[in-house]
Design a protein around this ligand. Structure first.
Ligand code: FES
Length: 82
């Protein structure tokens, strides 16, 4: 039987999203902001297709991943860029 959801962690908070959803959707589902600019302004996904880097996060210890183009996987550990 095919699984319809995957579980991952955003800043240590467990979240479940439909299989095939991207990491940006998982962050948004928790209602969390994405990164902050150097001046402290909260940023959010802009293009949704990997061009602007506004959605960048660390995934499984690898920094500067674009959350909008990475498919969520079971057990993935995501940290927002503060
Ligand atoms: S929203 Fe632009 S790269 Fe992800």
């Amino acid at each position: 039987m095919k699984r319809s959801n995957v579980q991952l962690s955003i800043d240590g908070i467990a979240v479940e999203v439909p299989a095939g959803a991207n990491v940006a959707a998982a962050v948004a589902q928790l209602g969390l902001r994405f990164r902050r600019s150097r001046s402290g302004e909260a940023r959010a996904p802009l293009c949704g297709m990997g061009l602007c880097f506004e959605c960048r996060v660390s995934i499984d210890g690898v920094a500067h991943q674009r959350a909008c183009v990475v498919v969520a996987r079971d057990g993935m550990q995501v940290q927002r860029d503060d």
